[in-house]
Design a protein around this ligand. Structure first.
Ligand code: ADP
Length: 169
């Protein structure tokens, strides 16, 4: 009977091992860090059931900020955006889980906190678009590019958590 239980456990962890869990890049911007919202923001991802696989605290240079936001270089607010983004420490993270890219954006809320629903991070914790405290990749390609820009492959930690068999069955 014990052997059967072990076999069932192995099967379970194997099926978890082969899950194609996606990853997204999330950053708490300098305004979020300075306002003491790091643990508040992280707990929302953690409690949902997403798994942290990489994290660092760093002050990005302006040049790096421009690389991160290169898609927006023609926008009027680009220079100010990069100034703010490089003005202090940023918490850079990679979160993993089924649907984490799209759902991460839902947790974050609309770009303009005035339009973010209550219950979202920006809806609950921010007021204006230029200080909206958090960044999250907006699609699979961006997620891949941003993870590669911010992290070396060896900085991403592959592990399974005990919660996964209860989260995913
Ligand atoms: P998101 O961060 O929701 O993906 P965007 O990629 O469109 O939004 O914009 C990147 C960041 O640029 C926003 O999070 C916000 O900080 C800033 N931003 C966007 N629109 C404006 C604006 N009209 N004025 C000032 N800053 C803006």
């Amino acid at each position: 009977q014990e052997q059967e239980a072990h076999a069932a456990e192995d099967k379970c962890s194997l099926s978890i091992f082969f899950f194609q869990l996606e990853r997204t890049f999330i950053a708490i911007k300098p305004d979020g860090v300075q306002r003491g919202l790091i643990s508040e923001i992280m707990s929302r991802f953690e409690r949902k059931g997403f798994k942290l696989v990489a994290i660092k605290i760093t002050v990005p240079s302006k040049d790096f900020a421009q690389k991160h936001y290169h898609d927006l270089k023609t926008r009027a607010f680009f220079d100010v955006l990069c100034d703010v983004f490089s003005s202090g420490p940023v918490i850079a993270m990679v979160w993993e889980g089924e649907g984490v890219i799209k759902y991460g954006r839902k947790l974050i809320g609309a770009t303009d906190p005035q339009k973010s629903e209550p219950g979202t991070i920006r809806g609950d914790l921010a007021v204006v678009v230029g200080r909206n405290i958090i960044h999250g990749s907006d699609g699979p390609e961006t997620a891949k590019d941003e993870i590669n820009l911010w992290f070396k492959p060896e900085e991403l930690v592959n592990y399974s958590s005990n919660a996964e068999k209860w989260l995913y069955g």
